[in-house]
Design a protein around this ligand. Structure first.
Ligand code: PLP
Length: 412
């Protein structure tokens, strides 16, 4: 069943000012990839850049590359580029570690800074690693507790005992987006700090960390930023806090002078202190290719296309909802959501597997969510249209109701 999309869909692709970016990615034939929010696609320039990094920088130039190819400057150099994507000053973002580890560093640092307050406030159903790291932190720092409340109750619950509000800016499951400036202002009103997890925001929605008064943020390199599986993450610390926070992972790469080889730890200046050990340079170089691609467009253009794609998807699936017991999990108002849309169904897992078998790659989030990411750099309007046609076919024929779609792998 390969139908030609109607004229207005083809026209939308034709008029898309970002259409040329699709050829900047390697996308397999016959696949509609709607999972760039989980693992971004491979930029076409990455393999050659990696080959050069491996064969020339590592293979030929060996250890001299720390200086000659500026490996040592890579965490800050790529951080400064990501800063432009997230609306931060160039000296306020550094690439380091994983999102989970960066959260640990910033959460402990923030709690120590807010020594007279006990509460970390978050929402139930936040991304698992955020809640797990917060739980781990309360085990290490005595007298601190994690309190979770529904998103709509968070602002009212911030009080004088709240040390840190920890939220994922665009929710990984529902796609719901918090108003960063509003939550931050409410927290500051009560003297609390906010840590924003930008994993589903960076490269997907316009961000203005500086303008929103944000304190601290972390985010992922392998989703919308196309850095590759397990790409290094980034962290942001507002300039006013950089000198006042101390990372609990006081590794040598965050030292004021790592190559003085002193016994005594002395925190580096500014954002540098939030690095820990030696960066994964090959992974960082791969991330830089993805980040560079984003810098060739502007976030407002990305936002417009992301909104148009996700709104088209919602418009096309809405008629299927009642008939097939599907429901829209994401906010209907594009201003309230990020760049992915989720649907709930009792058989979401099997439907997801059946879609993948037909070349439509979205993902499943337990227990009942089907998630579709609309990465504006490489998704076409005709992809959205075709994906919904295939979904409709799978639902109306109950093709999902087959033994082969019930088996679960380790990664779902
Ligand atoms: C993907 C994601 C992470 C990833 O954390 P890792 O440490 O890279 O495994 C963290 N938080 C959110 C909200 C995410 O979506």
């Amino acid at each position: 069943m390969t139908q030609t999309p109607p004229k207005h869909i083809l026209d939308a692709d034709h008029a898309d000012p970002l259409a040329h970016f699709r050829s900047e990615f390697r996308l397999p034939e016959g696949i509609i990839y709607l999972d760039g929010n989980s693992l971004g696609a491979l930029p076409a320039a990455t393999p050659d850049r990696m080959k050069q990094a491996i064969e020339i920088e590592w293979g030929r130039d060996l250890i001299g590359s720390w200086n000659s190819h500026d490996w040592i400057g890579a965490p800050r150099r790529v951080g400064a580029k990501i800063a432009r994507i997230v609306g931060a000053g160039e000296n306020d973002v550094v690439v380091a570690d994983s999102t989970s580890v960066n959260l640990f560093k910033l959460l402990v640092a923030a709690l120590k800074h807010q020594d007279d307050r006990s509460k970390i406030l978050s929402e139930p159903g936040n991304f698992p690693t955020d809640l797990y790291i917060a739980q781990g932190v309360t085990n290490v720092l005595e007298g601190r507790q994690l309190v979770t409340l529904p998103a709509d109750d968070i602002i009212d619950a911030i009080d004088e005992d709240t040390a840190v509000v920890l939220l994922t800016h665009v929710h990984y499951k529902t796609g719901r987006k918090f108003d960063m400036a509003k939550v931050t202002a409410a927290a500051h009103d009560k003297g609390a700090l906010v840590i924003w997890d930008l994993s589903h925001s960076a490269g997907a929605v316009p961000l203005d960390l500086a303008g929103s008064g944000a304190d601290l943020a972390i985010g992922c390199g392998y989703k919308y930023l196309n850095g590759g599986p397990g790409a290094p993450a980034f962290l942001y610390v507002a300039p006013a806090l950089q000198g006042r926070l101390e990372t609990p992972l006081s590794g040598w790469m965050g030292h004021a002078s790592p190559f003085a080889f002193n016994d005594q730890y002395e925190a580096g200046a500014g954002i540098d202190r939030f690095q820990c050990g030696t960066a994964s340079i090959l992974a960082l170089i791969s991330l830089e290719v993805g980040v560079d691609l984003h810098l060739r467009t502007d976030m407002a253009a990305l936002q417009r296309k992301s909104e148009a794609l996700s709104s088209l998807f919602i418009a096309l699936v809405t008629p299927l909802c009642e008939q097939f017991a599907l429901s829209l999990v994401s906010p209907a108002d594009p201003a309230e959501r990020g760049s992915h849309v989720s649907l709930a169904h009792d058989h979401a897992f099997e439907i997801c597997q059946a879609l993948i078998a037909r070349g439509v790659v979205g993902d499943f989030r337990a227990p009942e969510v089907l998630r579709f990411g609309f990465t504006p750099l490489y998704t076409r309007f005709s992809d959205v249209w075709s994906a919904v046609c295939i979904l409709q076919d799978i639902l109306s024929t109950r093709a999902w109701d087959a033994e082969q779609f019930r088996a679960r792998s380790r990664v779902t």
